[in-house]
Design a protein around this ligand. Structure first.
Ligand code: AMP
Ligand code: GLY
Length: 429
């Protein structure tokens, strides 16, 4: 197949890499890709958010499938525009991508569909929002309604922090229109995990579970990031939970969207909070609650999940996009995967770019996915905060983690740092 992958991060490298492992040799393109995708695909000088550029290329070159990685082009309607031109695309239409693009919309859908999630109220006025805080207790979660690059959520331990977050968003306009409304949300207690569901408009197939590490430093300290590592499977999700996650969370959302005229195809990523037996139960009464939905593959979860998928990946994507997904389209390998992100000093704040990277050669049991890299004068250099995503594979989580760190230890660039405790929760069990 001729396939275009839209995006430039570790997720897109992992998607292109997994496609390159299919038995059929695909003709692969990335828009714009990175120094890693260059080895397996042709990189196009088209930005991931350049909807017209991508559609224009696709109209001329007629790929069999376009796989959209990031949320921004989905929210902008890239898939709608490709479908108008008769080009098959993996990812939801803009109306479906609102499940990620508007937390308010996602809450409305969940409420209507009876999906367990934190109780929330929406406010556009700071005085009213603050007056409502008393109903929620502490900690309490303040969220901007729209896309805020992963920075629009504040878990407030004190009333002062909650009020400051409300003021920043509603009065200080910190996130512009994305923060014109805030959600005040019940704090959910427990351990998080990510379930990426392939959804074909009607049916769903759950990919293996994973957990990411959002905080920048070991021990889950420091500011939130896009993700500093991940592993799959996540033992917090037991086999027994999976049918309920599908039947009580994923499918009710898909049906509710359909009843609103939205045929959701692509990944529906459920960020779940699993409350332990004996933990503080949410008002929903459920031990499994939705923290958020995303309309795409997670990053870095994808770098841990895709290496575990067997069979023909292009068929899985194609059947999802065509609306004819079957359980048998997915096969999962027994191997366990762990991914560690190598980041630029200063990330998630400001950081330098253009640093030469060494030690990228292959190593058994490990795969190096590129997140923020560029090829300049024949040298691979850093071009982002998250630079590389090193995935280790093995029969056990221990081997997978050791393989990831063994490879990470061979790589160097100025300012490089990474978390040393990937999968600590799983080891702690
Ligand atoms: P989100 O952008 O919605 O994924 O939120 C970012 C992070 O904030 C999540 O991964 C959680 O760690 C935390 N968070 C969000 N909502 C809640 C909640 N209701 N209870 C506890 N933690 C939350
Ligand atoms: N790793 C979190 C996300 O992709 O949203």
């Amino acid at each position: 197949m001729k396939i275009l992958v839209v995006g430039s991060g570790g997720r897109e490298h992992a998607i292109a890499w997994r496609l390159s492992k299919d038995a059929d040799r695909h003709e692969l393109y990335c828009a714009p890709g990175n120094a890693g995708t260059l080895a397996i695909a042709e990189n196009l000088p088209i930005g991931a958010e350049d909807v017209e550029g991508v559609v224009g290329w696709a109209e001329t070159n007629r790929p069999d499938l376009v796989v959209v990685g990031p949320e921004a082009p989905l929210v902008k309607g890239l898939v709608d525009k490709l479908e108008e031109k008769g080009i098959l695309a993996f990812g939801p239409v803009a109306a479906g991508a609102r499940m990620e693009g508007s937390k308010r919309f996602a809450k409305e859908v969940m409420e209507k569909a009876g999906v367990p999630t934190g109780k929330a109220e929406v406010y556009a006025d700071a005085v009213q929002a603050k007056a409502a805080l008393g109903k929620f207790g502490l900690p309490v979660v303040i969220k901007a309604d729209g896309l805020a690059a992963g920075k629009g959520v504040v878990v407030a331990e004190t009333r002062e922090q909650a009020e400051a977050a409300i003021d920043e968003m509603l009065v200080g306009n910190k996130f512009g229109s994305a923060g014109a409304e805030v959600l005040i949300e019940e704090f959910l207690d427990g351990e998080e995990c990510s379930i990426l569901a392939m959804v074909d408009g009607e049916n769903a197939v759950l990919l293996p579970s994973s957990q990411d590490h959002k905080r920048v430093f070991d021990g889950d300290r420091g500011p939130n990031t896009g993700g500093m590592g991940a592993y799959s499977p996540a033992p917090v999700v037991t086999e027994a939970m999976l049918p309920a996650i599908k039947e009580q969370i994923i499918l009710p959302v898909v049906r509710e969207l359909k009843s609103r005229g939205i045929v959701y195809r692509g990944i529906l990523y459920a960020g779940l909070m699993i409350t332990p037996e004996g933990g503080k139960r949410a008002l929903s009464g459920s031990l499994v609650n939705v923290v958020e939905f995303n309309a795409r593959f997670g990053d870095p979860e994808t770098e841990a999940v895709l290496p575990r998928i067997g069979g023909d990946f292009a068929t899985l994507l194609k059947h999802t996009a065509q609306g004819c997904l079957k359980d048998g389209d997915l096969t999962v390998k027994d191997e366990v995967a762990a991914t560690v992100i190598l980041a630029s000093g200063g990330y998630p704040g400001s950081y330098a770019k253009g640093k030469e990277i060494t030690g990228l050669e292959g190593r058994d049991g490990a795969i190096v996915f590129h997140c923020g890299t560029k090829l300049v004068d024949g040298k691979t250099v850093t071009s982002g905060g998250r630079v590389l995503s090193v995935t280790g594979l093995g029969a056990t989580l221990r081997t997978a983690v050791d393989n990831a760190y063994a490879k990470a230890g061979e790589i160097a660039f100025e300012g490089m740092f990474y978390r040393k405790d990937i999968a600590h929760r799983a080891f702690g069990r």
